[in-house]
Design a protein around this ligand. Structure first.
Ligand code: NAD
Ligand code: LMR
Length: 335
């Protein structure tokens, strides 16, 4: 039985994610934390759902006791805390606010539940995951097997948008497509050539259609940001995706499920096979991750990728290292 915490639980993602986690019978305790006091009401509300998890709400306090109560003894911590985009913004535009939020929450994790699996949703994921890693390193508790950037929404979008592109909109759940790289625009690389089952060859023959599909997946977040017109970014689909990934981690780590493989943005620097398959010494990258009792059990290399996907990989590698360095420097050389 698992103790889980959601940090940023009163927000657009946090509330539905907390509700979904409450439905997971593997969770024994669910702690909801936020800076806004309404999180106590959110926890009260969710606590009436007739599933095993005992739910509590915790508000940020100056003495750190709120965070301590939320985190102590936790097995898994999911972090959707931070500001979302508005139209015209990039995810990197969120760095100035969200970097400090993730740093402070990671410090709390290092102190109160250093062995927890940490799932980071807060943007820019390409930088916030390195920030958390640096905080954990400084505290002497960094375990690369336990830190995950959540990129599942890109996986979910790849299935949905591919099904729509081939005029089978009701078959989204049939296609499993690995997504590698990072989580922003050109750093998102859906490996459509590796879809299981295979997507029709006609899609790959129509270069314009293929490029339009890839672009739609890469910039799927913008579709929602623009449609919400200043009211935030994806929340409900993200809660679904975050829950799916949390369940995958829980099932592999605590319920002994084997063969659970899901793409996630993780520390790859120590793994030569992976960095060679990427073609660059890079510290963080999303690859298919085999999950197990310790978190990351095995990282899967990129496999055969098409010439077009190689071009996408080059574009990703133009941008991603800078975002990683920005996160690392935020902790190592604070201004
Ligand atoms: P939101 O503003 O609705 O909710 C964020 C919540 O975080 C709020 O309740 C806020 O009070 C809380 N918060 C702020 N500072 C905090 C702190 N120090 N400690 C605890 N809680 C704190 O935003 P949202 O729509 O839920 O999005 C949250 C984040 O998730 C954004 O950064 C967004 O860009 C990101 N996001 C990531 C993905 C992804 O695929 N990884 C997808 C969608 C959104
Ligand atoms: C997404 O992909 O929907 C999120 O990263 C939120 C955003 O800013 O687009």
């Amino acid at each position: 039985m698992v103790k889980a915490a959601v940090l940023g639980a009163a927000g657009g993602i946090g509330q539905p994610l907390a509700l979904l986690l409450k439905t997971d019978p593997a969770i024994k305790e669910l702690r909801l934390f936020d800076v806004v006091p309404v999180v106590k009401g959110v926890a009260q509300d969710i606590s009436h759902v007739d599933t095993p998890a005992v739910t509590s709400g915790h508000v940020k306090s100056d003495d750190g006791e709120g965070l301590k109560a939320a985190l102590t003894g936790c097995d898994i911590v999911v972090i959707p805390a931070g500001v979302p985009r508005k139209p015209g913004m990039t995810r990197d535009d969120l760095f100035n606010i969200n970097a400090g939020i993730v740093r402070d929450l990671a410090q709390g994790i290092a102190q109160h539940c250093p062995k927890a699996f940490v799932l980071i949703i807060s943007n820019p994921v390409n930088s916030t995951v390195p920030i958390a890693a640096e905080v954990f390193k400084a505290a002497g508790v960094f375990d690369p097997k336990r830190l995950f950037g959540v990129t599942t929404l890109d996986v979910v979008r790849s299935s949905t948008m591919s099904a729509q592109a081939i005029d089978k909109p009701n078959s989204a759940d049939e296609f499993t497509i690995p997504v590698i790289g990072g989580h922003s625009g050109h750093t998102i690389i859906p490996l459509l050539s590796q879809s299981k089952p295979a997507l029709p060859s006609s899609l790959f023959e129509d270069k314009e259609k293929l490029a339009a599909l890839v672009k739609r997946i890469q910039f799927g977040g913008d579709e929602v940001v623009e449609a919400k017109a200043g009211g935030g970014s994806a929340t409900l689909s993200m809660a679904y995706a975050g829950f799916r990934f949390a369940q995958q981690v829980i099932s592999a780590a605590f319920n002994g499920k084997k063969g659970v493989i899901a793409p996630s943005y993780v520390y790859v620097a120590d793994n030569k096979e992976i960095t060679q398959s990427i073609g660059k010494d890079i510290a963080f990258f999303s690859v298919p991750v085999e999950l197990g009792p310790s978190g990351v059990e095995k990282l899967h290399p990129l496999g055969d990728i098409s010439p077009y996907e190689k071009e996408l990989l080059s574009a990703c590698l133009e941008e991603l290292p800078g975002s990683i360095t920005k996160g690392v420097q935020f902790i190592q050389q604070p201004k």
